[in-house]
Design a protein around this ligand. Structure first.
Ligand SMILES: [Zn+2]
Length: 231
């Protein structure tokens, strides 16, 4: 999927941010922030639009309503390096589980990601779906290590693999290089399979706070989840 209904806003100039590693002040700011402070409403809205448009493909038979997306921070107040959260609405039969970290640009060649996207529209045979959106720098800024100037028009690139209903969100602040900032999975809220024992420790981070929701188990510390397969 591409957001083909909206004309992309071309930046008036090419902005090339500094690619220095984040400083201590930036890292501390990130650690103290809660999930809602780093995931601004414009980013939540872009993620939920993506869920709405791709839901029939990711979970055939389910649709997501056009309601404001509500975010719950799952490890707020723990000064975590990774924020975990749940995005959903009052009535949606789906939710998006996310895990976000401070985005930095890695070394590597310039990726011409905008030229490698397919045609707009969601095809029933698609293996991967991608959404793009442009937001104000205040919306994307908290996700990134580098400061953004007021005239920047960052791109959000959201992509998911249909087979595992999981994907990622990356930000291009304007230099054409994507910063991978968030991983997510789209889960259904009705129980698709049999109830299983909840693990006493998270198999990913070994902490003991695994929560049991009606349709899946979830670790609020690292974002690990387990949703039974339909039977
Ligand atoms: Zn965990």
């Amino acid at each position: 999927m591409r957001s083909g209904s909206r004309a992309p806003l071309e930046p008036s100039g090419i902005f090339v941010p500094a690619r220095r590693p984040p400083g201590t002040a930036t890292i501390n700011r990130w650690r103290r922030a809660n999930c809602g402070e780093v995931l601004r409403p414009g980013v939540r809205s872009a993620l939920w639009d993506f869920v709405r448009e791709t839901a029939p493909l990711l979970h055939p038979g389910l649709t997501a309503p056009a309601e404001p997306a509500l975010l719950s921070g799952l490890n707020d107040g723990r000064d975590a390096d990774v924020k975990t959260g749940m995005l959903g609405t009052d009535t949606a039969p789906l939710c998006l589980i996310l895990r976000t970290h401070l985005g930095t640009a890695g070394p590597g060649p310039h990726r011409r990601w905008r030229e490698t996207l397919g045609r707009p529209g969601v095809r029933t045979s698609a293996a991967v779906v991608t959404g793009i959106e442009q937001v104000n720098p205040q919306e994307a800024g908290p996700l990134l290590a580098e400061p953004l100037p007021a005239q920047a028009r960052p791109w959000l690139v959201i992509s998911a693999t249909v087979a595992d209903r999981a994907g990622s969100l990356s930000v291009d602040p304007g230099d054409g290089v994507l910063r991978h900032v968030l991983d997510f999975a789209v889960l259904r809220l009705d129980r698709p399979g049999p109830l299983r024992d909840r693990p006493s420790h998270c198999p990913h981070c070994d902490r003991t706070r695994v929560r049991r929701y009606s349709a899946f188990d979830l670790c609020p510390d690292c974002g690990w989840f387990d949703q039974p397969s339909p039977t």
